[in-house]
Design a binder for this molecule. Structure first.
Ligand code: ADP
Ligand code: MG
Ligand code: MG
Length: 895
């Protein structure tokens, strides 16, 4: 049977770092440091199994624990040359909590245990420092009184404050031994009158009182709500570490401190932290005295007068530096440590891997490889992909002054400053004048695409995290705040109002899409850059990953960005975005309103050269890398105006009657456009659209191929297919067009025709879609629509439903952010198997927001996809996530 108690110390150490579940992080790492021969006060850790036993048995302790603890305490006495409860030379104890997962400040710790009216005198004599002994005793009474006896800590603080006021003392360090004795007497009186009992003088009673209290603190309110917040299981339990005290309050050659072995904000390889001379640990947190800097460099930077530890105790500082280097080499990571210096001697009290900013994570990972402490795959595993997302967007300079006017949802990260515009047209006009604008709308729709891409940021009054504005902004890498309910937009007045302010069109605002803050005026910004460390780490990541990473990009601007961030191709080019441009939408509307095929062809002929030049440019930018172009997808009514008032001028421009336009608008209106007349259904009704698009693609391929000197092999993707027959009808149109162009130009065309899988039927019938000579040559899972169609949940209407579901355990994660592995994932699995059964080695990717979500990418790696495609700004995240998935799989395979 495993032991209840694990000792650590110079003579014997039972535990080690691998036992965090048993010993908690603190206990396991104290044992580990002991094993390394580092200076750790001896002690023992009571296993978390005791805690589980305790709560399973009405707060009773297991048999055998008492004698194990008695023996371990006796051994500590031997190691230290003192004895617990000994009135001449008392051993004092720290009783410390600590679970496997760090829960900072949630549970309790009691220091200086073992003091009573008798042993305190012994401690004074043995140490030759009376003041120190009584200072320690009063600290013990304060902590024990609070944690074990339930006397409010404020009571002691008030008594001490009163005493200091009466005696005109400014700081705790000024009290003499006699004065502390006086304070102690008052504390003991207060306890007697609060709980009707004396402060316990029996040191064994003290010890068991403390152990019980620490165990109980696992279920205090603070710890409970912390666990709920961080999804930590209640069954884990806390360990209890009992350790010999060392004293940072033994005068000016003693101190207590906390440190990071590197700078956790920047990652710089410099010691970072603070200390207090003549103090115990809780003084640093309590904030009653201002802590001082460890290094001379930090002191100079802060322009602090008080000396750094480096100058006050150079010997101890040098020893710490040495210990930190050993810890880093051993743990292969930056450490966050707690230490105490007693009369010049250093003691280590805690170590763990330190939390750090995203920048620091990158720098530390790269530096540790360069210092030959870790390998490249370890560096890649050290950096959380999701944490990097905010490094890929402009940010508000930390510490900048902010004039907050409203708050909304942090819909798309990054910050932007610009002039307020209230319509997409204004946005485009002002953009053309070289101005930066923030588009402020009640909510956005497909018509706002151009306004959004002309803007540097988007703010909406309504809509959730998956509203049109949020989704489109994220895919554009555009900062966005949605659902800022506190603003009112008045189009007629040209204003936006909040409870206290009115801003006009043209006024400057700043939005922070990372926090959801709307600020008046401009705020200093930090521009994003792939720092040298970021570039290095991601290049290492690329050597491990199997999944290719492409980008979803529709415009030259997006494509350039995608390439810069390492995209290995375009996985999804949505052709419709090219039609929304002000100069093109008229031809599109003409096509939609034409009364016959001839009229449609005439309109399409106007669009052809525009599409051709768009595609040619994308091909040139991608320079031979694969480009997947999706044929027209959205329902046609998205191209028509929505408001009565806009109809007349459009009818006039199109040269048709207002009646005709109105009829067309109402013909095209649908109850459920997402499941309506769109995708391949449109093209089967109007094959001339596909013909024009295929021609634009092929002619562009020839043009770009000539310019670059190598052939372009476009991938043409047919959307919303459910039946093989749908695919065949359109594939035939594309092939016939290709044959025609080959005959016209004498050039041979190489291309692939594939399909987007975004309907459950398509996923279920993968084999049917890919088999035979005319079958689909690639699949791309459109996981946005596949999620909508699988869950029967509209993304545009999901926000209130998801909000209501939150915390009810229905969705583990937002299925539009992280793929629903059980349902949508199962369909993908079936689709892959079918597709590859129909056509060996079928190339399969996914496009959809999930391609840039680290958790989903790991899942796609397991499924054996060839690539993921995501918005340009998420490409580095996907590259890192794909590498981590490959490394994890390799490690699993090896073990
Ligand atoms: P927390 O989990 O809140 O950090 P700890 O158990 O680490 O609680 O204790 C808090 C502080 O108490 C430590 O940072 C240290 O300064 C002090 N402390 C803990 N153990 C000892 C000890 N054996 N000797 C002296 N001080 C100690
Ligand atoms: Mg601690
Ligand atoms: Mg779709």
């Amino acid at each position: 049977m495993p032991a209840w108690v694990y000792r650590f110390g110079p003579d014997r150490t039972d535990g080690h770092a691998g036992l965090t579940e048993e010993l908690g992080g603190k206990g396991a790492n104290l044992a580990e440091m002991s094993r390394l021969g580092l200076p750790v006060p001896p002690g023992f850790t009571i296993s978390t199994r005791v805690c589980r036993h305790f709560f399973a048995n009405g707060e009773a302790l297991p048999d055998g624990l008492e004698s194990d603890v008695r023996d371990a305490v006796a051994a500590m006495g031997q190691a230290t040359g003192a004895a617990f409860g000994d009135p001449k030379n008392p051993l004092l104890l720290a009783v410390r909590s600590g679970a496997a997962i760090s829960m900072p400040g949630m549970m309790d710790t009691i220091l200086n245990l073992g003091l009573n009216d008798e042993t305190v005198a012994g401690l004074a004599r043995a140490s030759g420092d009376e003041r120190f002994a009584y200072d320690s005793y009063r600290r013990f009474i304060e902590m024990y009184g609070d944690v074990v006896l339930g006397v409010d800590h404020g009571l002691f603080a008030d008594l001490l404050d009163n005493f200091k006021n009466l005696n005109a003392l400014a700081s705790d360090t000024e009290l003499t031994a006699a004065q502390w004795r006086d304070v102690i007497a008052r504390y003991q009186d207060a306890i007697r009158s609060e709980i009707g009992r004396d402060f316990p003088q029996d040191t064994n009673e003290q010890l068991w009182g403390a152990i019980n209290a620490v165990l109980r603190s696992w279920r205090n309110e603070r710890a409970d709500s912390y666990r709920r917040l961080h999804a930590i299981s209640e069954d884990m339990g806390t360990a209890v570490t009992v350790q010999a005290m060392v004293f940072g309050n033994r005068g000016e050659t003693s101190a207590t401190g906390v440190a990071f072995t590197r700078n956790p904000a920047t990652g710089a390889n410099e010691i970072y932290g603070e200390y207090l001379p003549n103090a115990q640990g809780e003084d640093i947190v309590a904030g009653t005295r201002t802590p001082l800097r460890l290094t001379e460099k930090a002191r100079a930077e802060m322009k602090a007068k008080e000396a750094s530890l480096e100058t006050v105790m150079p010997g101890a500082f040098a020893e710490l530096k040495d210990i930190f280097a050993r810890l880093e080499a051993h743990y292969r990571d930056m450490q966050d440590v707690e230490f105490t210096i007693q009369e010049g001697k250093v003691w280590m009290l805690q170590t763990r891997s330190g939390k750090r900013s995203a920048e620091a994570a990158l720098k530390i990972a790269v530096d540790l490889v360069e210092e030959e402490i870790i390998s490249r795959d370890e560096a890649v595993m050290m950096v959380e992909p999701q944490a990097l997302s905010h490094l890929l967007h402009p940010r508000i300079e930390p510490g900048a002054a902010k004039d907050l006017i409203a708050r909304g949802l942090p819909a798309s990260p990054g910050a932007a400053t610009g002039e307020i515009v209230l319509t997409s047209e204004e946005a485009e006009v002002m953009r053309a004048q070289g101005r930066h604008v923030i588009l402020v709308r009640v909510e956005t729709s497909a018509e706002d695409i151009n306004g959004m891409s002309a803007a540097v940021g988007v703010l909406t009054q309504r809509g959730g995290l998956t509203s049109h504005a949020a989704v489109v902004a994220r895919s554009m890498g555009l900062p966005c705040i949605s659902g800022a309910g506190g603003i009112r937009i008045d189009l007629a007045q040209g204003t936006i109002r909040t409870a206290s302010r009115t801003l006009k069109r043209g006024d400057t605002i700043t939005i922070d899409g990372t926090t959801g803050e709307v600020l008046a005026g401009a705020v200093p910004m930090k521009q994003p850059e792939l720092s040298a460390d970021f570039a290095t780490l991601i290049a290492w990541a690329d050597t491990f990953r199997g999944l290719k990473v492409r980008a979803n990009a529709d415009t030259p601007r997006d494509t350039v960005q995608a390439k810069k961030l390492g995209a290995e191709g375009i996985g999804l080019c949505r052709t419709e975005h090219m039609f929304f441009d002000a100069s093109r939408i008229l031809a599109m509307r003409e096509m939609i309103c034409a009364s016959d095929e001839k009229g449609r062809r005439a309109a399409l002929a106007k669009i052809l050269p525009m599409q051709r030049s768009d595609f040619a440019e994308l091909f040139r930018i991608m320079d031979g890398a694969p480009v997947t172009i999706r044929l027209l997808d959205p329902p046609l009514h998205e191209f028509l105006p929505r408001h009565e008032a806009e109809l007349a001028p459009i009818a006039e421009a199109l040269g048709i009657t207002l009646e005709r336009l109105k009829t067309r608008v109402s013909e095209l209106s649908e109850f459920n456009p997402m499941l309506g007349f769109r995708g391949c259904r449109l093209a089967i009704r109007y094959p001339e659209i596909t013909e024009m698009q295929a021609r634009a693609i092929f002619e562009a391929a020839i043009e770009a191929g000539k310019a670059m000197g190598h052939a372009v092999k476009p991938e043409i993707m047919i959307p919303l297919v459910a039946y093989r027959r749908e695919f065949d009808i359109l594939a035939d149109v594309i092939r016939a067009t290709a044959a025609k162009i080959e005959a016209e130009t004498g050039q041979r065309l190489t291309y692939q025709i594939g399909t987007m899988i975004e309907l459950p039927r398509a996923a279920l019938r993968g084999r049917e879609l890919s088999e035979g000579p005319g079958g689909a040559e690639f699949f791309s899972f459109g996981t946005n629509d596949l999620t909508q169609t699988t869950l029967g949940l509209s993304r545009d209407d999901a926000a209130p439903i998801l909000a209501n579901y939150a915390g009810k355990g229905i969705f583990e994660r937002d299925p539009f952010v992280s793929i629903d592995e059980g349902g949508v994932g199962e369909l993908i699995r079936i689709g892959i198997a079918g597709g590859r059964a129909g056509r060996a080695g079928l190339k399969i990717g996914i496009c959809g927001e999930h391609g840039g979500d680290a958790t989903s990418v790991a899942f796609f790696h397991e499924l054996g996809l060839d690539y993921v495609s995501c918005s340009p700004f998420r490409v580095p995240i996907a590259r890192l996530a794909a590498a981590r998935a490959a490394i994890t799989a390799r490690r699993k395979g090896a073990s």
